[in-house]
Design a protein around this ligand. Structure first.
Ligand code: ZN
Length: 104
């Protein structure tokens, strides 16, 4: 989290930029676990790096990302449904240990 001088708290610098413009609708993403559509700011972005699923809370990693609620239940659901390889278009299983560690 970071705070602007006016005291408003934004989730990330991207949100600050967004608010200075004419406040377009917030992007909505689908959680790959429970498949609920949620504002992107309420979801955790994850990316695949060398067969490992990596949490990307600052959304800095390039390439395809998948979105999941920052909740172990949604992570488990997504694993069970093999949603990550599908969403990230990579073959084979992904090691989700890093994301589990991030959420717990
Ligand atoms: Zn979810």
């Amino acid at each position: 989290m970071m705070a602007s001088r006016r005291g408003t708290v934004y989730a990330c610098p991207d949100d600050v930029r967004r608010c200075r413009r004419e406040r377009p609708a917030e992007p909505v993403r689908m959680c790959v676990g429970c498949r609920t559509k949620t504002a992107a700011s309420g979801l955790l972005r994850v990316v695949a790096v060398d067969g490992t699923l990596v949490p990307d809370p600052r959304r800095r990693y390039p390439g395809r990302g998948a979105w999941v609620h920052p909740d172990v239940e949604c992570l488990r659901l997504a694993e069970r449904r093999r949603a990550f390889p599908r969403a990230l278009r990579c073959a084979g299983a992904l090691d989700t240990v890093a994301v589990h560690a991030f959420l717990t």
